[in-house]
Design a protein around this ligand. Structure first.
Ligand SMILES: [Zn+2]
Length: 266
């Protein structure tokens, strides 16, 4: 992008920002696409996209969070952009904020439990749903008529839960094949199919894949160790423990591999 003409760079950045808003916007996908082409969708819920079907993980207190953001935009007199607003809400000690005495506002630090990045994303989401409008060359935030309804509590925007940090260890462990004996995994998968058929339930009800992987990784020799496996509680241990432990023991003896491997500390 650095070799681009300044004008082309500017246009590319506007397009990139638009794409980012589309992905993180919290608004109906169909509405957003139609809006891009200058058209409107005459219903609030298209009943077909991930947003409208409620497949996205939304904040439980979207209304309250949105009200904090919108009232902050009002308090700073609708004269600043999203980045600055996010700094005020997260209680930043930024020089500009102190110079403007915005650390004295009642909305200063109202969202200090969140990162500036998260708050900025929510601002974009509010803009994507027409509760905020960006005005002028500096993208100064203005509260729209729809936004005022949020402040009155008459309307609730959709704000997405902040994305989990990539360093979320348990997630990584769940998805990872590290230390998993694939032969044993296959044996356990077949056992799961047999159990599921016998009980007439779907396989995932018996054990999830992550649980099978963890079993094939930790290779427990008794019920106590079995409880260390992800997704195994007292109930599953009682229901299927015997069959699982027997299968693990047989496999490990036959292939001369260790049992009771220590898990990755979480
Ligand atoms: Zn939709």
């Amino acid at each position: 992008m650095r070799d681009m003409q300044p004008e082309a760079y500017k246009i590319a950045m506007v397009k990139l920002n638009g794409m980012y808003s589309y992905c993180t916007g919290g608004a109906c996908r169909h509405k957003a696409i139609l809006r891009y082409f200058g058209q409107t969708l005459d219903k609030d819920n298209c009943t077909a996209c991930d947003m409208c079907l409620g497949e996205m993980d939304c904040m439980d207190n979207s209304l309250e969070t949105a009200q904090k953001i919108l009232s902050c935009v009002v308090r700073i007199e609708q004269r600043f952009g999203g980045g600055y607003t996010a700094l005020v809400l997260t209680g930043s000690g930024d020089k500009r904020i102190l110079e403007n005495n915005h650390d004295a506002l009642s909305t200063y630090g109202l969202l200090s439990g969140y990162s500036k990045h998260t708050v900025h994303d929510w601002i974009e989401q509010l803009e994507g749903q027409d509760y905020l409008r960006k005005v002028g060359d500096f993208n100064v935030l203005n509260v729209t008529e729809k936004g005022l309804q949020v402040l009155k509590g008459n309307e609730t925007p959709r704000l997405l839960k902040p994305a989990e940090k990539p360093a979320n260890v348990s997630r990584v462990v769940e998805d990872s094949w590290e230390g998993v004996d694939k032969g044993l995994f296959e044996v356990l998968r077949k056992l799961r199919t047999t159990i599921a058929r016998k009980k007439g339930v779907p396989a995932y009800i018996v054990f999830g894949d992550a649980t099978l992987r963890d079993m094939a990784r930790l290779r427990p020799s008794d019920h106590v160790r079995l409880l260390e496996v992800k997704g195994i509680g007292e109930k599953k241990s009682r229901q299927y423990g015997q069959a699982v432990l027997a299968a693990i023991k047989d496999y490990c003896h036959a292939s001369s591999i260790d049992m009771d491997v220590d898990g990755i500390p979480l």
